[in-house]
Design a protein around this ligand. Sequence first.
Ligand code: ADP
Ligand code: MG
Length: 583
Amino acid sequence: MPIRILPESVAAQIAAGEVIERPASVVKELIENALDAGARNIRVEVQGGGRKLIRVSDDGCGIPAEEAPLAFARYATSKLQRIDDLERLQTLGFRGEALASIASVSRVTMLTRSVGEKVGTFLRLEGGRLIERCPEGTPQGTILTVEDLFFNTPARLKFLKSEATERRQIESVLMRYAMAYPDVRFSLSQDGRPSFATSGNGNLADVLVETLGLEIVRQLLPVQPLESERTSVAVYGYTSAPTLNRTTRAYITLFVNGRHVQDAGLSYAISQAYHTLMPEDRYPIAVLMIVLPPSEVDVNVHPAKAEVRFRAPEVVFSAVQRAVRRAVLGVSSVPSFAPRAADLERPWRVSGNAQSARPALKLATEDSGRHAQHVQPAPELSEEALAQRPRSLPPMRIVGQLAATYIIAEAPAGMYLIDQHAAHERILYEQYLRNRAQHKPIAQRTLQPFTLNVPPATLRLIEENIAAMRAAGFEIEPFGANMVRVHAVPAALGKRNPAEAVAEVLADLEQGKAAGESALEAQLILRICKAAAVKAGQVLSYTEMNDLLRQLERCEHPLSCPHGRPTLIHISAAQLAKEFGRA
Ligand code: ADP
Ligand code: MG
């Protein structure tokens, strides 16, 4: 074929593919226009998953009669005149493409009346061509109706998902704008049935109850900008307590200057804010608004504007991370927490049959101390140090040990099951960090240097990371072809057979394959705590359990081990009463 310039209508349909992918994209563009017009009420009606009909009615500023046809011309916009207006952009739209694109692939009518006008204007377009225009009475605002979407682009029609999928997509578009604009009243009806609505009372939490449900909202923590923080980036919204998490990032919803965006870097920054409080492969539920000067963000990098580019990404990431971390740490010291009702309906129900469970339940007494030499007593924290630190858990009384793995304890608020290994890891970890912060010696010299046989890969790992190993408390030097000589080990490991403990940490580390030096040190610390902590399957004496609990009570973040797994499960007195039908 010779090169030819495409007829305008064909070019428009092709260009429309960028912006209008599916019915939900139409809904998004029309809502954005309504918001840009200053609407306080936005009503969306949908039929047939949006293929048949989408109608968005708003009470915004409307369009004056003489400008109305122009709204459907490509690159016609009232929101920007020069390219550097983008630096000051206050609106969601700016390209003047949406209405033109929508009109080129559907049948559109618009009824609009602007602030100063007595009568409104009615327009009808088909495949982008204006076919009717007349004055008509209507309240101030705009009603845009899109019918038979993609009627003239069968290829695109073929790629649409099921009606149910499209309905869901439209609903989530509405939910997102409702979150970003809690002071605007939104309503959605699909096939004549109301499906979603907000009050527009300005309260984000109320919107979240509508979108996420009350059960989840109860477990969300408010994120607020710090007055004292002198940065141009403000972050507010909600993020979940560490105990409420998901396996994907899909539940992290982000808005930048009122615009919903997807940003892997930001999502990562947010999940990192939960470091050591949530397992590495889990993500929080979060709804966060990031507000910064328009000049700090380029919104013109994605056809559907679903991504933005920050001028100083690190500044934004770290502001978001700090704000979330603050919110999360603020709660970690709350004395009790609910089990993850959503994940585990009855987390305390012992699995397996009663027979195997019962013999394992053993009331620990002092005389179980015959195992004591194999057990590392909980590490020391001086009495004064303990007393100075505020409690982060209520004082618990030990009831017994279960399966040589869990400590059963009670407090006025109910019953606690504590994972002894996880709890001890948490204690050791905080102790480690504390010692390091206070420049206390972390390493403990061995009575005599000893040598260890190590595989070549481990030897290389040690050689490459001598500094990180030293920072973590290992004084180790290569010693011949397959040997290392150990002069000192982290004090936390001191109570164990040092050769065995060192070998265990190294083997573990070898599997983990840390990247980067600070990462290696952090990993080492985790491995050391793991190796030093009392194991599951170890019978503990009453004194040992008591020491462990008293130290856990004084931990800063007692609810999770440094890998983010829970250290304890709380069953409230009320839950117990309910289970036994006493409530
Ligand atoms: P953009 O939003 O990028 O300007 P659109 O094609 O979405 O481009 O809209 C074109 C123009 O039509 C807008 O700039 C605005 O002036 C006008 N417009 C569209 N929808 C509305 C509405 N609901 N209320 C008032 N004006 C509107
Ligand atoms: Mg627009």
